[in-house]
Structure formats: structure tokens, C-alpha cells
Design a protein around this ligand. Structure first.
Ligand SMILES: O=C(O)CCC(=O)C(=O)O
Ligand SMILES: [Fe+2]
Length: 344
């Protein structure tokens, strides 16, 4: 159990607070823009993995967006629905049950379990979000007794979903490698043994959604993130300096390139900067599956994508050092990866 238990956002929302508490008020420059900007007409690419031309579509999507929907991915819809259903059943359960699985603040910001705030420092604006984080791979980290026991089938659902997302992520990393003329196993081998976390995010209705963010602007730190969501909408990706809403596409899986893929590919493919906005009426659920290196893994740019015309952009880095610098500084609207830029 948490000692200095931070208020869960869901408890604030359900108590019907009429105004956004001050810790959640974003500075004006970070507040969500009115949704009427012209770029809202753009929408992120959809790649059908069952097409023979998938690698070409993936290349275009990675170069232009760093994020794309995949359909024809072969993961049974029942597995996606079971995952969303288990997540929703958890968040709809009584607070006292949920708090039995609260993450342990003594274990730092990345602890497994039910939590609300991602960053350790007290000065940052809080996200209007609660989450449940699961450590799912390698199997030595997988301890289902840390996961809810009061939702029937919950633990089995997580295990099944974890395995399906691992397979899909590996298939995508192969296609991404091939799309850059690298050997198919290149990125997977550069990442090494996969450390997978699954985070269910729950964004309660917000009394003043124009002043808040569900999740502040960031890029994901690992190699690749696979995200599913419900039909509510709220995720936005940054493209050419503008925030573009990602409209939910039923049964698709959203692929988000993360920082280590950018480092390995020498910036040919950029990690996607994204955030979640909230609304006043409907709760929203998403499930993000992170495919990360181990903390001790050294991540290096492939020499195959370094040349006189394209010199190495980023310093090699031990992944654990990268993660600690993120948790100590926070995203601050900037990409962590910029700290690794080699001065040309
Ligand atoms: O809820 C979402 O749509 C985004 C979640 C996300 O970006 C994350 O957990 O890193
Ligand atoms: Fe993210």
C-alpha cells in the first residue's frame, strides 16, 4: 500500500470536483489547442500487414509520421477486446480493491501496479490519468500475483495479450529493418532480450479539459510501442509542428516508434512525439505495450546507416542511463534523445 497516497484522478472525477485542481493546470503553451486547426484534416497512415507491399507502406509511414495503424496484423480481435474489457473492469472496481495493487512508491516511478503519477519530482504538472503498469517480459519479471485478482480472467488475459504483442512487435521490427535494407533481424538483435511492460491508462472525464492533459507530450523511450484504445479518442501525434488527433480505428493496433529505434537507425526513422488530451464527458481507456531493451543493454547506431553524407547523429548509450535521465528530468516538452546529439 502507498503511504503518502496521491489522490487518484478517478476519485477526484467521481467526487465531481467542479474545477481542475491547480496541480493539473497546464501552462498556457502546453494546453490543448482548439480542435479546429486545418491540420486536423490529416490522418495517420493505415498499413495492411497482409499486403505484399507492407514494407513499402511501413517505410513511408515511418519516414513521414513515426506512428501508424496496422490492420491485417493477425492478432485475433477477441484478444484485443479481452484486454480492453479486463482493463475497464479493473478501473470500474471499487477503489479499496484497486488500492490493494497500488504501486509501491519506494520502488521508484517505474514500479509495477496501480498509480497516477509518472514523475518523481514534485514541481511538474500532473497528468489527468490513472494507470496500471504490468511487468510482462522476460518471463522472470512476470509475477501475476502483482496483478488484480478480483477481475475474472484478468491475469490470463494479460499473459495472452503480452505474448501476442511480443510476436507482433518482432514481426514489425523485422519489416522495419527490411524497409531500411537492413537484415530482417537487425533491430531485434540490436535491442537484445526484450523487456516488455503493459500499461493500461484510464482518463476520467475532466471538469476543465481545455486546461489539462491526460498525458503530457513525450516520446517513448524503448524501441517500439503498440497501442490499442477504445472508441473515445484523445491521442494526438506531433507532425510538422502540429498536433494531429489519432482517430480510433476499431481492431487496428497503433505502432509508435520510440527513441532507441531512432538511435539505431541513425535518425532515418524518428520517434513519435505524442500526448493524450481529455474531455468532459467520457472516460477513455488505452493499453500501451512497450518493447524495450534491458537496462544494461548498450544501444548503438548501425554502421550500415552511417556514411560521410549521413554522419552518426547520436552517442551510444546504456539503456538504463537513458531511462534514469528521463525520470530525473521529465520530458519537459523536449525529446530526451536530443541530449545524445553529437555536435556536427
Ligand atoms: O493513452 C494514450 O493514447 C497514450 C499512452 C502513451 O503514450 C503512453 O503510455 O506512453
Ligand atoms: Fe507514449
Amino acid at each position: 500500500m502507498e503511504t503518502a497516497s496521491p489522490a487518484r484522478v478517478q476519485a477526484l472525477a467521481e467526487a465531481g470536483v467542479p474545477h481542475l485542481p491547480p496541480q493539473y493546470v497546464q501552462p498556457p503553451e502546453h494546453r490543448p489547442a482548439p480542435s479546429s486547426h486545418p491540420a486536423a484534416a490529416l490522418s495517420i497512415p493505415v498499413v495492411d500487414l497482409s499486403f505484399a507491399s507492407a514494407a513499402d507502406a511501413v517505410r513511408a509511414a515511418c519516414e513521414d509520421w513515426g506512428a501508424f495503424h496496422v490492420i491485417g496484423h493477425g492478432v485475433p480481435v477477441e484478444i484485443l477486446d479481452a484486454m480492453r474489457g479486463a482493463g475497464l473492469a479493473f478501473f470500474r472496481s471499487p477503489m479499496e480493491d484497486k488500492l490493494r495493487f497500488a504501486c509501491d512508491p519506494a520502488r521508484g516511478a517505474a514500479a509495477e501496479g496501480y498509480g497516477s503519477r509518472m514523475l518523481a519530482n514534485d514541481d511538474s504538472v500532473l497528468d489527468w490519468r490513472d494507470y496500471f503498469d504490468h511487468h510482462t517480459l522476460p518471463e522472470s519479471r512476470r509475477n501475476p500475483s502483482n496483478w488484480p485478482d478480483f477481475v475474472p480472467g484478468y491475469r490470463e488475459t494479460i499473459v495472452k495479450y503480452s505474448n501476442s504483442m511480443k510476436d507482433l512487435a518482432q514481426r514489425l521490427l523485422q519489416i522495419i529493418s527490411e524497409s531500411l535494407n537492413l537484415p530482417p533481424s537487425y533491430i531485434e538483435e540490436a535491442v537484445g532480450e526484450v523487456y516488455q511492460n503493459i500499461t493500461i491508462s484510464y482518463y476520467s472525464p475532466c471538469p476543465q479539459p481545455d486546461l489539462a492533459l491526460g498525458l503530457q507530450s513525450h516520446s517513448d523511450m524503448g524501441a517500439i510501442t503498440l497501442l490499442i484504445q477504445d472508441g473515445v479518442g484523445g491521442l494526438e501525434v506531433m507532425k510538422d509542428g502540429m498536433w494531429i488527433p489519432v482517430a480510433p480505428l476499431p481492431d487496428a493496433v497503433l505502432v509508435i516508434l520510440a527513441d532507441q529505434t531512432e538511435i539505431i537507425t541513425n535518425g532515418r526513422y524518428k520517434s513519435s512525439v505524442h500526448r493524450a488530451v481529455v474531455n468532459a464527458e467520457r472516460a477513455r481507456l488505452s493499453v500501451a505495450t512497450f518493447y524495450d531493451p534491458s537496462k544494461s543493454r548498450k544501444i548503438c547506431t548501425t554502421p550500415l546507416l552511417v556514411s560521410r553524407d549521413e554522419p552518426q547523429k547520436y552517442r551510444d548509450i546504456v539503456y538504463g542511463d537513458y531511462v534514469s535521465s528521463w525520470y530525473s528530468k521529465g520530458p519537459k516538452g523536449k525529446r530526451n534523445i536530443d541530449a545524445l546529439l553529437i555536435q556536427q
